[in-house]
Design a protein around this ligand. Structure first.
Ligand code: FES
Length: 190
C-alpha cells in the first residue's frame, strides 16, 4: 500500500497537472466530444501535442482512442515515453494507475457501469448483474465476438439520474433490467 501511495505522489510531482486531468478522467468530459484522432499514425498524434511531460495523460487518451481495439499497445507506450523523454516504466505506471486506460484489447463498445454510492443505492449492482447475464461475461471481460467490453466505473457525474452507465460516449440513466436489455439489443445490431 505504501508503495502505491508513493507511486501516486510521484505521478503528481512528475506531472503537476495530473490532478486536474485526473478529475477529467473520473468525470469523463472528453466522452462528450467525438474522437478527433481516428485513423492517424502514432507520429501524427504525438505531433499534435507539445513534448511536455504534463501532456502525458492527454497523449495516452489520444493514442488509446485511436486504436480500433481501444487500448494502449506496448509500442504506443514506448513511443509516448520516447517523445516525452520519460522512462517506459513511468509511462506504463501511469497507464496502469488510471482505470480509463486499458493495456489489453477491448471491444468496439465499452460499457462502463457506475458502482459509486448513489448508483449503488439506486440498485446499480442489479444493473451490473443484468448486463453480466445479458452479455454472458463478467466485469473486466470482453465478449468473444469482440463487440462489448464490460467495466465498472466510479461516479459518472449523473447521480441525480442514477443508476447510470455509459457506452463509449453515450450516457444512459434511470436504468433497470428492461432498459438495459433494450439498449444492449440496439447495440447488438449497430
Ligand atoms: S454515483 Fe453513479 S453517477 Fe454518480
Amino acid at each position: 500500500m505504501a508503495a502505491v501511495f508513493h507511486c501516486i505522489i510521484q505521478i503528481f510531482i512528475t506531472f503537476p497537472n495530473a490532478k486536474e486531468t485526473a478529475l477529467c478522467t473520473v468525470i469523463p468530459v472528453r466522452f462528450c466530444k467525438p474522437n478527433p484522432y481516428g485513423n492517424m499514425s502514432t507520429k501524427e498524434i504525438l505531433d499534435k501535442f507539445e513534448a511536455r511531460q504534463d501532456n502525458l495523460l492527454m497523449i495516452l487518451h489520444a493514442l488509446q482512442d485511436n486504436h480500433p481495439q481501444n487500448y494502449l499497445t506496448e509500442e504506443a507506450l514506448s513511443d509516448a515515453a520516447k517523445y516525452l523523454k520519460l522512462t517506459k516504466s513511468s509511462v506504463y505506471g501511469v497507464a496502469k494507475y488510471y482505470s480509463m486506460f486499458s493495456l489489453k484489447p477491448r471491444g468496439k463498445y465499452i460499457i462502463r457501469v457506475c458502482v459509486s454510492p448513489v448508483c449503488e443505492l439506486m440498485k446499480g449492482k442489479e444493473v451490473l448483474a443484468q448486463l453480466e447475464e445479458t452479455l454472458g461475461i463478467i466485469a473486466g471481460e470482453t465478449t468473444p465476438c469482440g463487440r462489448f467490453s464490460l467495466e465498472i466505473a466510479e461516479c459518472l457525474g449523473q447521480c441525480q439520474e442514477a443508476p447510470s452507465m455509459m457506452i463509449n460516449d453515450k450516457v444512459f440513466n434511470h436504468l433497470d433490467s428492461k432498459k438495459v436489455n433494450e439498449v444492449i439489443s440496439k447495440y447488438r445490431h449497430k
